[in-house]
Ligand binder design. Structure first.
Ligand SMILES: Cc1cc2nc3c(=O)[nH]c(=O)nc-3n(C[C@H](O)[C@H](O)[C@H](O)COP(=O)(O)OP(=O)(O)OC[C@H]3O[C@@H](n4cnc5c(N)ncnc54)[C@H](O)[C@@H]3O)c2cc1C
Length: 330
């Protein structure tokens, strides 16, 4: 029996203060952070915070609404020596049925948008939903985000994942990101410092939190034209991907020169199901929750696909989805 421990961005903070929380405690409590509007709650189900609609509870969870509250949350974790996990829109995460110990910080309420007409730069807080930004840019006739309209993540998740579609990715338009370190310091880092390549960045698996990002766009186009192009990208997604069911988008990275979906389809796995988790009929690199799937079902299906594709093609598919918490292979 294998226990698989995986994680998204987790900061284990090594301050010397006492941890007054029992690990995996099921006692429900609320902790008010003085001088802020932040309430840390215990035993919060994460199923409602992920696009797969699965996952157990966060031992502790907080959703700050501004930078000061985020800093206070980090400080609380530091003083109490609690590991921190960052969750954006949860659209690229598989959270274990056993949940996550420590403090989960949900960044989706960090909202702020500024379109600078002088420079053509868009500066946005980490919690801004990407599709909304794509539409807002299109409405202004600003080019550069049309491709991203079908990606249901936040700005922070996009910057960490180097999310991309239709031969474009976030690294193509990113100028800089504002980053909060576990010790509470804020710095602005350039794109070049973030080591971008296909669906990856130096921010993955680390302890730094993206608080905002600045993108270079091209203002001055006819809004009708950008809106039409954005609509076209959205429609293409709806036609080719199973948007009507909970998923995390593409499960595996494309192992060049192959497309993961093609390998899975050619292995005869379209429609294959474990529990209520199914390889999507519409796109074989998607696993969908058909209703009532557990994280364990999805995890076991990921392993099944990896094994079958490796047997047939001698290619080990690498998950793009980030797994959080403990998983037990069947
Ligand atoms: C239907 C569907 C379609 C999709 N299509 C695409 C696609 O075309 N292209 C693509 O690239 N992806 C796609 N995805 C996957 C997903 O939307 C992207 O990876 C997105 O960028 C994740 O953003 P998020 O806010 O949901 O991040 P999460 O899933 O919440 O987190 C992802 C990772 O980023 C970390 N993280 C999140 N926010 C922060 C932050 N502020 N600071 C530090 N770390 C942070 C998390 O700890 C985790 O490691 C799709 C998903 C779905 C459900």
């Amino acid at each position: 029996m294998t226990i698989f421990q995986a994680s998204a961005n987790v900061c284990t903070i090594s301050s010397l203060a006492t941890n007054n929380l029992a690990a995996n405690s099921t006692e429900s409590k609320e902790i008010y952070l003085p001088g802020t509007d932040c309430v840390i709650k215990s035993q919060v189900s994460l199923a409602g915070y992920t696009s797969y609609r699965v996952g157990g509870p966060a031992e502790l969870c907080v959703a700050p609404r501004n930078l000061a509250d985020l800093q206070a949350s980090i400080k609380y974790a530091s003083i109490n020596k609690i590991p921190v996990t960052i969750l954006g829109a949860g659209s690229n995460l598989l959270v274990s049925d056993r949940g996550i110990s420590g403090l989960v910080i949900v960044t989706r309420h960090l909202r702020h948008t500024y379109f600078d007409p002088e420079t053509g730069r868009l500066t946005v807080a980490a919690g801004e939903p990407v599709p909304g930004l794509a539409w807002a840019a299109a409405d202004r006739g600003w080019q550069g985000l049309e491709w991203s309209v079908g990606i249901p993540g936040t700005v922070g998740g996009m910057v960490v994942m180097n999310a991309g579609a239709h031969n474009s990715c976030i690294a193509d338009i990113l100028v800089s990101a504002q980053i909060l370190s576990p010790d509470g310091t804020l710095e602005t880092v350039s794109k070049e410092q973030l080591g971008y390549s296909y669906r990856t960045s130096l921010l993955q698996g680390g302890s730094r939190i993206v608080t905002s990002a600045t993108f270079q766009l091209q203002p001055g186009a006819d809004p009708a034209q950008i809106i039409a192009s954005t609509k076209q990208h959205k429609q293409h997604r709806l036609n080719t991907q199973p948007y009507h069911l909970p998923s995390c988008g593409s499960v595996f990275r494309n192992p060049k020169p192959y497309a993961a979906g093609w390998l899975i389809e050619q292995t005869g796995l379209k429609g294959f199901q474990i529990g209520k988790a199914q390889v999507a009929q519409r796109h074989a690199n998607f696993i969908v929750n058909c209703g009532g799937a557990s994280a364990g079902d999805i995890f076991n299906l990921i392993h099944h696909i990896q094994n079958k594709v490796q047997d047939r093609w001698s290619v080990l598919l690498e998950p793009e989805v980030k797994m959080l918490g403990e998983f037990q292979a069947a």
